[in-house]
Design a protein around this ligand. Structure first.
Ligand code: ADP
Ligand code: MG
Ligand code: MG
Length: 892
């Protein structure tokens, strides 16, 4: 520990990038941050990058550990880098002739778009602004840069409200009779700077700092502080980003996109991040700086138009695009600036994309020879496939829908909802069970929560790379941006479009793939899975070794899962089958019965229903295995708890209401999840098992007669001891034999009998349990509940605290706890197979559809995972990724 501390102290804090030298070879992204590492890398491969230096994330960590103080030696290291910059650029920091200006930029190891603040034009003072005006022979530009600095510095470093700045700006615009920022003349900018300084002094009580090094130090600190603002913390929570040291700080010499009509700034993707098309995609703004594009203040032009403005720059940009793609072998999201016709690269990072784009890009890049199949498979975030499986608007319904207006197709999807006008409102109404669309003029990082909970996002300004668009695409949330015909009045909670007004109760439909905004609820239809998606699935199947089954209780779900590629049912829950109208009455009668005889009579009436369900499912699965779990929940769950309903039942089955209520009371348990449920029910009431097994066997025979190869597997839940399973297995075998005899069927049914492993004791004694089981299926929901001792229905009372205090890395019910619960799984597999070499082992908890858990299942050698029908494609891909990650090769 002591050693580690000493090492951290002496670690290099600052890395330079530029013509003089580019340091940081082999230093990880975790230390330099994504932005810093890529700035150095672009410099190294010869791209035009303004020189600068990166202060590491370790310094951010030291800053917090040292009680929010910058390490003492940092200022010295920074001063040295500034000196190198001055030499390289032949400019001087704070100079009254030709001043060096820098930007101060955040940059963590994981990109957090718009989450942290950038300060531009740092180094300008009352003296150096004159120097800049003289050196560039452009007074307007110099004061435009200065007012931006005062504004950003006030905002980011001093936490000022940007309102007061905006007011001052409006006054100047009014005075000069202009509406656009760019039309304010030089004299206006000079006056604006004076006004801004006055606002600054009034709100902070201090003068705007005139020492550039002081400006720099305060800005560096502000970037470190921005790491822990509530919006940054919230973003990391939502995105599940954990375990980072902090943010790096990039100090980079300025280039100016605001020097006139031969200058500009832009952002672009090397390919279309929305649909994956291999077409350069982005936007630029003439005579603008920095965040003007992303903030959506003015509407930018598409990059394709750039050749009309400056052919040479456009050509160079296209070449850089190709260089970057062949260097990084992936789609890049870039930021650039043109200063008087010279192009500079300011950022590159892996481009976030929608699920559909990820699939297309992966396939295209294999075709282009840029990457191989395993890389293509590994690169698609398995969970993002969900987006491709979502419904889209039904073509016919869309044809007859009223299109109110059209915005930019910023993030694909079909969203239907009522209008919410603030992020907070979107969160509250969604929590209350409503579907809402978040409608904003433009979104900002403060809106994250609302954007996350809304079904879709609609903005009236901003382009394809605006904040709303970028964030929505990252989440696969439907977004239509820049629908300029919509007038939004957030205060009055209404929008006006096409002469009509709509409010919080009105429902609109957004098509994120076309940008259309439609009136009312437009019907959606199921997706078609072909082309590139089918190709990815085919490749996935060639690499994965895990089988993929599904959890399904109905023929419709079974069929859907088969269409998605499921190779069987890993969990068919029978309790859901008892809730339908007619059946629940008989079920209750059975449960309320006090005599075995009455119980058997009720069960006999349930038998045909159950048999019919199984025939339906076996038929839908066409010869694929179907694991049927015998009745699992405590019986008490089927009974009504209010006296009125109890009286009704009493009447129905002809007993007194008092009798019903006393039986309900008798069945009450203080801890039902650990009570009379699972196999314990069959121990007490063997006739329930008999009925269920009879239904399964009769259904199988019926299918065989119709030449449908039913592959039934009978699963006995909640086993904790081998003796339980021994007893129930014998009972099941007897029943199978009896049904076959009754039906005079002497063919082979090949019915397997196995158990769920969901009680820790079953895992611990798996070698004994396996004597009586032909298969195991890990029920990791219960296993997690019982291993942690957390009630899975009540975990939300404390889980948020456990996550925020990092006691747990993730919700253990969502992602399998490999180090704890995982040990039981691994032990169950090993011990089980030590008794029965060919034991089939799978998993059927929620974890079966979670990519990280699937990786674990692959590593411990399970035969299959089982998940909900919609997650089957995700599981196929995740299983392939697990195989590839663990050194697997393509199957012959
Ligand atoms: P974010 O992480 O929010 O994208 P950046 O640090 O990338 O923030 O800064 C935002 C924008 O500021 C950049 O896209 C770029 O246009 C502008 N910018 C940053 N540094 C410089 C610089 N040295 N010269 C010119 N513009 C800059
Ligand atoms: Mg950026
Ligand atoms: Mg269970």
């Amino acid at each position: 520990m002591a050693k580690k501390k000493a090492a951290a102290k002496s670690a290099k804090m600052v890395y330079y990038f530029g013509k003089t030298k580019t340091e940081g070879k082999g230093v990880s992204k975790a230390i330099l941050g994504g932005k810093g590492m890529n700035l150095a890398e672009m410099t190294k491969i010869g791209l035009p990058v303004p020189p600068g230096f990166t202060i590491t994330t370790e310094v951010c960590d030291m800053y917090y550990k040292g009680g929010q103080k910058l390490p003492k030696t940092l200022s010295n290291d920074v001063a040295k880098c500034i000196a190198t910059l001055e030499k390289e650029l032949k400019k001087k920091f704070g100079d009254d002739k030709n001043p060096l200006l820098v930007s101060v930029r955040s940059g963590a190891a994981v990109s957090m778009p718009g989450m942290m603040n950038t300060i531009l034009n740092l180094g300008l003072t009352d003296t150096s602004v004159v120097g800049l005006a003289n050196a560039t022979n452009n007074e307007r530009f110099a004061y435009d840069a200065y007012r931006r600095l005062i504004n950003m510095f006030g905002d980011v470093v001093m936490g000022m409200d940007h309102h007061s700045f905006e007011e001052a700006f409006s006054k100047i615009k009014l005075k000069y009779g202009v509406s656009q920022d760019t039309d304010v003349p030089a004299q206006g900018m000079i006056e604006l700077c004076e006004a801004y300084k006055a606002v600054y002094k009034k709100e902070t009580g201090e003068d705007f700092p005139q020492d550039p090094l002081k400006q720099l130090e305060l800005s560096i600190e502000a970037v470190f502080k921005s790491w822990n603002t509530s919006r940054a913390v919230r973003y990391r929570e939502v995105e599940n980003i954990r375990g980072l040291l902090g943010t790096a700080v990039n100090v980079q010499s300025m280039v100016y996109g605001n020097m006139g009509d031969d200058s500009g700034t832009g952002v672009a993707f090397t390919r279309n991040p929305s649909n994956g098309q291999n077409k350069f995609y982005g936007e630029f703004l003439i005579n603008a700086q920095g965040e003007d594009v992303v903030a959506g203040i003015r509407t930018p032009q598409p990059v394709a138009e750039m050749s009309k403005w400056n052919r040479a720059v456009y050509k160079q940009l296209l070449e850089i695009k190709d260089t970057l793609e062949s260097h990084y072998k992936d789609v890049q999201d870039i930021e650039f600036t043109i200063e008087k016709g010279d192009l500079f690269m300011l950022q590159t990072r892996t481009g976030k994309r929608t699920g559909a784009a990820a699939v297309k890009i992966a396939c295209d890049m294999v075709k282009e020879g840029l990457i191989d199949e395993p890389t293509a498979l590994s690169r698609i975030p398995a969970n993002d496939l969900t987006q491709l499986l979502l419904p889209s608007f039904d073509a016919a319904a869309k044809g007859s829908a009223t299109v109110l207006t059209r915005g930019l197709p910023a993030s694909p999807g079909a969203a239907v909802g009522a209008l919410a006008f603030t992020a907070e409102e979107a969160v509250l109404r969604t929590q209350a069970g409503e579907k809402v669309l978040l409608v904003r003029k433009e979104t900002s990082p403060e809106d994250i929560d609302g954007m996350h909970s809304a079904a879709g996002i609609l903005t009236s300004t901003g382009g394809m790379t605006s904040h709303a668009a970028v964030v929505a695409r990252g989440w696969g949330r439907c977004c239509v941006a820049g629908a300029g015909e919509i007038e939004i009045d957030a205060k009055a909670k209404k929008i006006k479009v096409g002469g009509k007004t709509y409010g919080p109760k009105d429902i609109l439909s957004l098509d994120g793939s076309s940008g259309e905004v439609m009136l009312g609820e437009v019907a959606t239809s199921e997706p078609k899975l072909s082309g590139d998606f089918a190709k990815i699935m085919k490749w996935a199947d060639e690499y994965r070794t895990l089988g993929i089954r599904t959890n399904a209780d109905t023929p419709a779900d079974s069929k859907r899962a088969r269409d998605f590629g499921a190779e069987g049912i890993g969990l068919c829950r029978t309790e859901h089958m008892f809730f339908e109208d007619e059946r629940i009455g008989i079920m209750r009668e059975m449960i309320l019965a006090e005599e075995e005889d009455t119980r058997r009579k009720a069960l006999k009436r349930l038998l045909p229903f159950q048999r019919k369900d199984f025939v339906g499912i076996f038929t839908a699965m066409k010869g694929l295995p179907v694991t049927v779990r015998l009745l699992d929940p405590p019986l008490h769950e089927f009974l009504p708890h209010d006296s009125k309903a109890q009286a009704e039942i009493a009447k129905e089955i002809g007993v007194t209401a008092a009798k019903v209520s006393s039986r309900v009371a008798q069945l009450h348990e203080s801890n039902p999840m650990l009570g009379h449920r699972g196999c314990r029910l069959s121990v007490t009431y063997p006739e329930i098992l008999e009925m269920q097994v009879t239904a399964i066997v009769q259904a199988a025979i019926e299918c065989k007669k119709k030449r449908i190869d039913a592959q039934a597997e009978i699963m006995i839940p909640l086993v904790g001891t081998a003796a339980e399973l021994k007893l129930l297995r014998e009972k099941a075998e007897e029943t199978i034999a009896k049904v076959k005899a009754d039906k005079k069927f002497d063919g082979k049914l090949g019915i397997l009998i196995g158990t769920m492993i969901e009680i820790p004791r079953a895992a611990l004694t798996a070698d004994e349990v396996a004597e009586y089981a032909e298969f195991f299926s890990f029920g990791t929901n219960d296993l997690t509940q019982m291993t942690f001792g957390y009630s899975r229905d009540d975990i939300n009372t404390f889980l948020p605290d456990y996550l925020s205090k990092e006691i747990l890395p993730v919700d253990p019910f969502q992602s399998l706890d490999a180090s704890g619960v995982g040990q039981l799984v691994e032990m169950g597999v090993t011990k089980g197979r030590s008794t029965r070499k060919k034991l089939k082992v799978g998993i059927c908890g929620e974890h079966g559809g979670d990519p990280a858990s699937i990786d674990f299942c692959h590593r411990v050698g399970l035969d299959y995972v089982s998940c909900s029908p919609f997650r089957v494609p995700i599981a196929r891909l995740a299983a392939a990724q697990a195989a590839i990650r663990n050194g697997g090769k393509k199957k012959k």
